[in-house]
Design a binder for this molecule. Structure first.
Ligand code: NAD
Length: 310
């Protein structure tokens, strides 16, 4: 009998802890505030931002969207990021993906101050993971590993296959799992025989973006399947639905645990963004207090803090 790993339930649990920490920070004068940078018009991005705004506000985190035209130059966005870095009222910066083709995402992400990197995508945050400091990391990757932990499986020595090796999902999942002691195999589009790897694994993560890439016959009986893929498929009658990368029907018959799509990785990803936001705000508080002692956030503090960030 397989068990469904409930992402919505896990997200609620994480968000309860986040709300408590936000209240503590706010009462100490450090109200967390996120700014989402949106460049150009995109329906999926508008949906993500609405979702992030609602979740932030429910957790007591202030949220502001700053929209830029798709015609903006990279320098304009870099200047906007620099001013957000220097503004101590903003404790977290989110760069919505995708950015227009004429911009370099990596350059933009690297411009965000590491203390405000709530997405966990700054090279310094990625570097921390490589050094086994896994408190703050890329949201989807962190969410996926949290879901595996819900199975109660011991991660030390666990045989895991990660399918997909993007910078944002697959690679950080592999590093997070290695930090937890798992034995990790990473597959990608050049892997010769996926099933050889997936079939001998106690857990399979799949983050590719291809519906039904993984079927039940590719899974070891009793293994955990963490499905990160998001694919919109249309049936013969023209009905569309969102599915993952695992063929749910055949995988659920073999797997010990499986995450649904939707309702698995998605809600936990947003919850981790909120948890990262609390960690980032706490680190900024510690950073300033180490320099200036405990002082309430007033105009003078803002001025001092601003000059300190330069
Ligand atoms: P990507 O396109 O950057 O990377 C795809 C990866 O899949 C690459 O590593 C590529 O080598 C690999 N790949 C391609 N074809 C393959 C094949 N036939 N066999 C094995 N590997 C193959 O994608 P991404 O940004 O990592 O996203 C992957 C999926 O996860 C997408 O469906 C995306 O929508 C989804 N996603 C979900 C969330 C979430 O919060 N749930 C967040 C980010 C991405």
């Amino acid at each position: 009998m397989h068990k469904i790993i409930d992402g919505k339930l896990l997200a609620r649990e994480i968000l309860e802890e986040v709300s408590d920490s936000v209240a503590d920070l706010a009462s100490a004068g450090w109200q967390p505030k996120l700014v989402a940078i949106v460049i150009g018009d995109s329906a999926p991005v508008a949906l993500y931002v609405r979702n992030q705004k609602r979740t932030s506000e429910n957790a007591g985190i202030e949220f502001e969207e700053r929209a830029f035209s798709g015609e903006s130059t990279e320098d304009e966005i870099l200047a906007a990021i620099a001013s957000m870095n220097a503004d101590p009222r903003i404790t977290g910066i989110i760069l919505q993906r995708p950015v227009p083709d004429h911009m370099n995402m990596r350059r933009l992400q690297s411009a965000v101050h590491p203390l405000k990197d709530v997405e966990g995508m700054h090279p310094s945050s990625i570097g921390d993971i490589v050094y086994n400091d896994i408190r703050l990391g890329p949201c989807t990757a962190m969410a996926s590993v949290e879901l595996l932990k819900q199975t109660g499986l011991t991660l030390e020595g666990l045989e895991v296959t990660v399918i997909g090796h993007s910078e944002i999902v697959g690679k950080p999942i592999a590093f997070l799992l290695m930090a937890e002691g798992a034995t990790v195999t990473v597959c990608h589009h050049m892997t010769r025989n996926l099933a050889v790897h997936s079939r001998r694994s106690d857990a399979v993560f799949v983050a590719v973006g291809k519906a039904a890439l993984i079927s039940g016959d590719m899974i070891k009986p009793g293994a955990a399947v963490i499905d990160i893929g998001i694919n919109q498929v249309t049936d013969e009658d023209g009905n569309t639905e969102v599915v993952g990368d695992a063929d749910y029907e055949s995988c659920e018959k073999v797997a010990g645990w499986i995450t649904p799509v939707p309702g698995g990785v998605g809600p936990v990803t947003v919850a981790i963004l909120m948890r990262n936001s609390v960690i980032a705000a706490s680190r900024q508080k510690e950073h300033y207090e180490a320099r200036f002692g405990t002082i309430p956030m007033g105009d003078t503090t803002l001025r001092i803090a601003k000059s300190a960030m330069k």
